[in-house]
Ligand binder design. Structure first.
Ligand code: SAH
Ligand code: SF4
Ligand code: F3S
Length: 514
């Protein structure tokens, strides 16, 4: 669908009045939003994805930001962080300057996350805080974008309750930011542009990356896994992969600019390339090509165990710039729970995959995500998660209490487990996670590790901090001049979440590539 067709079809409707109570918007929502619906979402997949490599800021908008400052608050995952980098690139292209201070900003964007209820509550809280600012300074523009904007219930709530908001746009159209801003300046009414269907792939978007040491690179967008608890397939649309040549070119450029570490991004990176109908090329092939680029480290996130194939394991085992840390979310150790989560693997299949990975990549660090308190999870099923954690020996984990998401199948399940029980389980699991983290740190004492130095430690200006290939945080004293470099550090003390060490020297380039 081109821009004009979108306009005509009602997908683009600027100019919605802010006095929401007075009007009936039901027709508007029908035409603009698809509320999260498994039935509708599963219908997707027929349309061909188009690649556009001619992104350009329309000349009439250049200079729009002259004398104006922008501030973007980012919530949620790396995908959102990276979208923020793209939006910052667009703002700068329009002539805006960045600011960290709310009071100085002429435009404030909240790039939101919908993954759990508390993520959404943070955003509503922030919108509440911004109200007095908007009253004091009606010229400041306030926008909501990101995953929450893709939810009908959220947009409804903003319309009814948060009249300080000037614009709402979703995850599929951030490249339309110049047009959306233009509309917001031109009209006194709330501008809403949310596309329910996923967008095409837009290449050549400008980016202002956070720092010049590590960079995120999208390799695919969306997710088709439809885990029954998860909102992402609705907020991010269907899986679509960037072409290998575009990814490789972007990473070569980053290497040439001096970046040392790349993290490939996707909600389910193991499905990379499955949507290509002209070539057989998967994540294993991509990693094998990236191995040949002169950049110190390449990581990826996030893996789905189901699609983690032998090809990829074989390539990762070659090492080089491919690090030996894999984040492999398991969610639960119970096959029965995994089944109703729609994860499409059993406890045994997961353990088999872990065995294969450990055999191929000796000393690999595995980390994971776990949800406790899925509807009707029994004590025994929770214990299976605890034993799986030990059996795998994960080095750390992100742990969550299940949060029902409107429109997902799990949200309709009856749940007989009281919140106190869920909280107690989370506490026990977190204790285990702490113990295993400490256990993973201990053997480093006396060892020499390679650290990519990121900057001063958060707690102490005189101490520098960086990460090892296996994502262990290391603190040590060294001259500021080593920031951005790979250095050798001798570990003197292991803590639960970090290592302390003594700086030995900068790693010579030949060593890195050997
Ligand atoms: N695509 C990634 C993760 C995306 S969300 C993957 O599949 O691994 C990050 C984590 O949030 C998930 O791994 C899961 O542990 C958690 N999560 C997702 N939906 C949730 C929900 N409704 N309640 C609680 N945690 C959830
Ligand atoms: Fe959500 Fe990840 Fe499952 Fe996709 S694979 S539905 S993003 S948990
Ligand atoms: Fe949140 Fe959207 Fe990421 S829901 S976790 S910001 S994909």
């Amino acid at each position: 669908m081109n821009e004009e067709q979108r306009l005509n079809s009602g997908l683009l409707k600027p100019g919605l009045s802010k006095s929401a109570e007075e009007k009936d918007y039901s027709h508007y929502f029908e035409s603009v939003y698809t509320p999260p619906s498994l039935k509708d979402a599963r219908k997707r997949g027929q349309e061909e994805i188009k690649y556009h490599d001619d992104f350009k800021i329309d000349e009439r908008f250049i200079g729009m930001g002259k004398g104006r400052k922008f501030l973007i608050r980012t919530y949620g995952c790396q995908m959102n962080e990276h979208d923020t980098e793209v939006m910052a690139g667009i703002f700068m292209g329009l002539g805006y300057e960045p600011t960290d201070t709310v009071e100085d900003a002429n435009i404030i964007l909240l790039n939101t996350c919908a993954i759990r209820e508390n993520a959404e509550n943070k955003v509503f809280g922030e919108l509440g805080h911004l109200k007095p600012l908007k009253q004091r300074n009606p010229d400041v523009l306030i926008g909501v974008c990101g995953c929450m904007s893709q939810e009908e219930s959220v947009v409804n709530k903003i319309l009814k309750t948060y009249d300080q908001v000037d614009m709402i746009f979703g995850t599929h159209n951030i490249h339309r930011l110049p047009h959306i801003l233009h509309e917001a300046y031109m009209s006194k009414e709330m501008v809403i542009e949310v596309w329910s269907n996923e967008g095409d792939i837009i290449e050549n978007l400008p980016k202002v990356r956070h720092g010049n040491i590590k960079a995120w690179v999208n390799i695919m967008y969306g997710c088709d896994k439809f885990c029954t608890y998860c909102i992402v397939p609705y907020t991010r649309g269907k899986e679509r992969s960037r072409r290998p040549a575009d990814i490789i070119q972007e990473i070569r450029q980053l290497a040439a600019q001096g970046y040392q570490e790349i993290t490939l991004l996707g909600q389910n990176v193991n499905a990379y390339g499955k949507d290509f109908d002209d070539v057989v090329y998967g994540l294993g092939d991509l990693m094998d090509d990236l191995r040949k680029i002169d950049i110190a480290r390449v990581r990826f996130t996030t893996s789905h165990p189901r699609d983690f194939d032998d090809d990829l394991i074989e390539v990762l085992a070659k090492g080089g710039n491919l690090v030996e840390h894999i984040h492999l979310p398991v969610q639960s150790g119970s096959s029965a729970i995994l089944k109703i989560m729609g994860r499409i693997y059993t406890r045994e299949e997961f353990l088999l995959l872990v065995r294969k990975i450990k055999e191929a990549i000796p000393g690999v660090a595995l980390t994971t995500d776990i949800i406790v308190g899925f509807p009707n999870e029994t004590d025994e099923q929770f214990e299976e998660t605890m034993t799986l954690y030990e059996e795998v020996g994960f080095e750390t984990a992100f742990t969550y209490i299940y949060s029902p998401r409107d429109g997902t199948p799990a949200a309709k399940m009856k749940d007989n487990i009281p919140m106190e029980v869920k909280k107690a389980r989370l506490q026990r699991l977190n204790q285990l996670v702490n113990d295993y983290s400490a256990k993973a740190m201990k053997p480093y004492e006396g060892e020499i590790v390679e650290v990519l130095v990121e900057g001063a430690s958060k707690r102490n200006d005189e101490v520098l901090a960086g990460y090892t290939r296996k994502s262990k945080l290391v603190n040590f004293k060294a001259p500021q001049s080593v920031i951005g470099k790979l250095v050798n550090v001798k570990i003197t003390a292991a803590k639960t979440w970090s290592l302390d060490g003594e700086f030995l020297g900068v790693v010579e380039k030949e060593e890195v590539m050997s």
